[in-house]
Design a protein around this ligand. Structure first.
Ligand code: AMP
Length: 645
C-alpha cells in the first residue's frame, strides 16, 4: 500500500492558494515513483477486465490484486502504436461498448494532429479526464505567480479557437482535444478568478467560424487594451496568425472601437456578436486613435508591446517545431518573454514548465506523475542508425538520455507510443524534467500539420508524373518549412532533368514565352498535386484554417544538389554514405539551393478537405469477425501475435 500521505490521483488544487498548490507540486514530484506505482495499480484495477487487457492478462485478471497485475502488465502487455489499437477505437466509434478498452464510459474521441492512413488518429476520452486536465491548468496559475507578480490586476488576451467536430456512427463526438475542453463546462463555467479573466467572452472563443472568432477576439483584446497583462495562444503559429490578421484588419477594428459597435457584416454569429457588443458598447475615438497610431507605421517591430503596454509575457508554446517562430515572435514582441507553460496531447496531458521564464532553448517540462503511467523507450544512437533501447520507468530515466514517451492512460491506452522524443535535462525532486526534442518521423511542420519523409515521398511521387508533358523527370528533391512570413508554407526544391526552363524564362514578366507558360502551368499543377497527396491535417490547415500557405516548388539549376552534397560533406557527412536529405533546416543548406533557383511556382488550388468519416467498412469487418470469434477477440488476436507467450 502506498504511504497515506500521497496526494489523491486527481488532487484538489485551488489556484488561488499559491503555497498549497506549490506544496502539491513538491509532494507529487517527491513521491513520483510511489505515485506512478499507484497510478498503474489504479488503471489495472479499473481496466484489467476490459477485452483488450484480458487478451494479455488472462480472463481472470479482473479479480486479481494490483500487486500481482503490475508485473504481468510489464511482461505481457505489448508496447503498441496507433495501428494496433485503431481497430478497437473504430469499433467503439461504431457502437461497440467502451468496455473493449475502458471500464469507464468513453464519452468522446479526440482527433489528434497525428494521422494514420492520412486521417487524424482518434484518442479515447472520458468525463473524468476533463477533471485531470482542469487540475493541470489550475497548477499553471501558482507556478506563473511565483515568477511574475500582479497577474491578478487585469486580463489575459488568449486567442483560443474551436474546430469542427463530427459525430461517429455510434453518435460519439470526435473533435480536437482543445475544442473538447473549451466546450466543456470545466471551461465554460470556470469559476471567476482574477488570474484567468480573459479578454474574449466564451461566445467569441466558441464561435465556429474562425475568421469571425479571430475578429471578435482581437476586437475585445484591443477594446480592453489597458487591462491586458499577458497575451497568447496555444501554439506560436496561432499567435502569429493573429498578428497577421491584425495587420490586415486593424483599420476595421479601430472603426468598430471608434463607433462602439461590432461590424455586423464581419461578425454574423449572433451569440458572438451580442457578447462582443457588450464589450465595445461605448464609442471610444481616443482609444481608436491610439491603436491606429501604433498600427500605422510601416514597421511592426514591437507591436505587441506597443499595443498592450502592460503585457508581461507572451504565453505560447515555442518548443519543438514551434521553435522556428521564435525570431518572428521576438520581432513583434519587442523583447517580451516567451513562455511555454505546458506539454500535452490528445492522448493525455503530461506536464508543466516549472521555470516559465527560462529562455525557450532551456525549457523543460516536468511530467506530473499522477496524469498517467509513463514509460520511456531509450533511443540508442549508433552512428547514423537509431535503435529502440530498453523500456524504463519515469524515475529511472538518466540525465542527458533521449527517450520516446510511452503512456498508459486512464482512458484505455496501454503502453502506447506517443511518438515524441524527449531528452532528460534534470530532475525536480524525484520527477525528471524533459526537453522536447522532436516528434518521431516528422520532417516538416508549419502549424499543427506533421509531415513525415514517407508522406512527402508519396505525395511527390504522385505529383512528379505530371512532369511528363515537359519531357523532364525529377532527379532530386528536398524540402523545408519556410516560416519567414505568416502563414508559413512548404518549399520543395526540385532538380529536373533535362532542365525545362531556359534560365530567364520564368522570371521575365512580359514576353514570357509559350514554353515558359506551359512550364508554369505544369509546375503549378505539380504543387497542387503534392498538396492533394498530403494528409488530412495538412489539408485542413491549408483549406479551413488557412494556417499554411500555398506549397511552393523552386526549380533549381543542374548541379544544385551536388553543391548541397559538397556542403554536407564539408560539414562532416560521409561521402560514401551520403543521401540527399529529404528535409533541410540549416540556413547554409537552404542558401546553397536558393542561389541556384531558376523558377518559383505556387499551388494555385486549395486542396480538398472535409471532416473525416470514421471508416465503418473497416469496423464492419471487425464486427463480422467478432461475431464469428466471440466478442473482443479480433483485434486482441492481432495484438497477441506480438505479445510474449
Ligand atoms: P495532438 O495529438 O494533436 O494533441 O498534439 C500533441 C502533440 O503536440 C504532442 O505529442 C507533441 O508532439 C506536440 N506538443 C504538445 N505540447 C508541446 C510542447 N509544449 N512542446 C512541443 N511540442 C508539443
Amino acid at each position: 500500500m502506498p504511504p497515506p500521505s500521497l496526494p489523491p490521483t486527481i488532487p484538489a488544487c485551488d489556484p488561488h492558494d499559491g503555497p498549497a498548490s506549490l506544496q502539491l507540486i513538491e509532494d507529487l514530484t517527491t513521491h513520483a515513483g510511489a505515485i506512478q506505482r499507484r497510478v498503474l495499480g489504479e488503471i489495472l484495477a479499473m481496466n484489467a477486465g476490459t477485452d483488450y487487457m484480458r487478451g494479455f492478462l488472462g480472463a481472470d485478471a479482473d479479480g486479481r490484486h494490483a500487486g500481482e497485475l503490475a508485473p504481468a502488465f510489464k511482461e505481457r502487455v505489448p508496447v503498441v502504436e496507433y495501428e494496433d489499437v485503431k481497430p478497437y477505437i473504430e469499433r467503439i466509434a461504431n457502437g461497440a461498448p467502451s468496455s473493449l478498452i475502458s471500464s469507464k464510459t468513453i464519452t468522446e474521441l479526440l482527433t489528434s494532429s497525428g494521422t494514420s492512413g492520412g486521417q487524424p488518429k482518434l484518442m479515447p476520452s472520458t468525463e473524468e479526464e476533463l477533471d485531470r486536465k482542469t487540475f493541470l491548468y489550475n497548477l499553471l496559475v501558482p507556478v506563473m505567480n511565483k515568477y511574475v507578480s500582479g497577474l491578478d490586476e487585469g486580463r489575459c488576451m488568449y486567442l483560443l479557437f474551436v474546430k469542427p467536430e463530427i459525430a461517429t456512427p455510434s453518435g460519439l463526438v470526435a473533435r480536437p482535444v482543445l475544442t473538447s475542453y473549451y466546450k466543456s463546462r470545466h471551461f465554460r463555467e470556470r469559476p471567476d478568478s482574477p488570474y484567468t479573466r480573459y479578454t474574449s467572452p466564451n461566445e467569441a472563443i466558441l464561435c465556429p467560424d474562425s475568421a469571425q472568432s479571430m475578429y471578435a477576439q482581437l476586437l475585445c483584446g484591443l477594446a480592453r487594451r489597458g487591462e491586458v497583462l499577458r497575451v497568447g495562444a496555444v501554439f506560436a503559429s496561432a499567435f502569429l496568425r493573429a498578428v497577421k490578421f491584425l495587420e490586415g484588419h486593424w483599420r476595421a477594428l479601430c472603426g468598430d472601437i471608434r463607433a462602439g459597435r461590432v461590424d455586423a457584416a464581419r461578425v454574423t454569429d449572433p451569440a458572438c456578436r451580442e457578447a462582443v457588443s457588450r464589450i465595445v458598447a461605448r464609442p471610444d475615438p481616443a482609444l481608436a486613435d491610439a491603436i491606429a497610431a501604433e498600427c500605422a507605421p510601416a514597421s511592426w517591430r514591437g507591436i505587441v508591446r506597443r499595443l498592450w503596454p502592460r503585457t508581461k509575457y507572451i504565453d505560447v508554446i515555442v518548443t519543438g517545431s514551434m521553435a522556428q517562430y521564435i525570431p518572428l515572435l521576438e520581432f513583434y514582441g519587442g523583447g517580451l518573454p516567451l513562455v511555454s507553460t505546458m506539454y500535452a496531447s490528445s492522448e493525455c496531458y503530461f506536464g508543466i514548465n516549472l521555470r516559465p521564464l527560462d529562455r525557450p532553448e532551456n525549457v523543460a517540462y516536468t511530467l506530473l506523475p499522477n496524469m498517467c503511467y509513463y514509460e520511456f523507450i531509450k533511443v540508442e544512437k549508433d552512428g547514423e542508425t537509431v535503435r529502440d533501447g530498453k523500456v524504463v520507468d519515469l524515475v529511472d530515466v538518466e540525465i542527458g538520455g533521449y527517450y520516446e514517451l510511452v503512456v498508459t492512460t486512464f482512458t484505455g491506452l496501454y503502453r502506447y507510443r506517443v511518438g515524441d522524443i524527449l531528452q532528460v535535462s534534470g530532475f525536480h525532486n524525484a520527477a525528471p524534467q524533459f526537453r522536447f526534442v522532436h516528434r518521431r518521423n516528422v520532417v516538416l511542420s508549419v502549424d499543427t500539420d506533421k509531415t513525415s519523409e514517407d508522406d512527402l515521398l508519396r505525395a511527390v511521387t504522385a505529383a512528379k508524373r505530371l512532369l511528363a508533358p515537359l519531357g523532364a523527370i525529377l532527379s532530386e528533391y528536398t524540402a523545408y518549412a519556410d516560416t519567414a512570413s505568416i502563414p508559413g508554407h512548404y518549399v520543395l526544391f526540385w532538380e529536373l532533368t533535362p532542365p525545362p526552363l531556359p534560365a530567364t524564362a520564368a522570371t521575365s514578366d512580359d514576353g514570357a514565352t509559350a514554353e515558359a507558360e506551359a512550364v508554369a502551368r505544369v509546375m503549378a499543377a505539380c504543387c497542387a498535386e503534392v498538396e492533394a497527396g498530403l494528409d488530412a491535417v495538412y489539408r485542413r490547415c491549408r483549406s479551413r484554417d488557412r494556417s499554411v500557405g500555398p506549397l511552393e516548388i523552386r526549380v533549381v539549376s543542374p548541379g544544385a544538389f551536388d553543391a548541397l552534397m559538397d556542403l554536407c560533406v564539408s560539414h562532416g557527412s560521409s561521402m560514401n554514405q551520403y543521401k540527399t536529405p529529404r528535409c533541410i533546416k540549416h540556413p547554409d543548406a537552404i542558401a546553397v539551393l536558393e542561389a541556384r533557383v531558376v523558377g518559383r511556382f505556387f499551388s494555385d488550388t486549395v486542396p480538398h478537405w472535409e471532416p473525416f468519416q470514421v471508416d465503418d467498412a473497416a469496423a464492419a469487418t471487425a464486427t463480422a469477425t467478432d461475431e464469428a470469434d466471440g466478442a473482443g477477440a479480433t483485434a486482441a488476436a492481432s495484438l497477441n501475435e506480438g505479445a510474449p507467450a
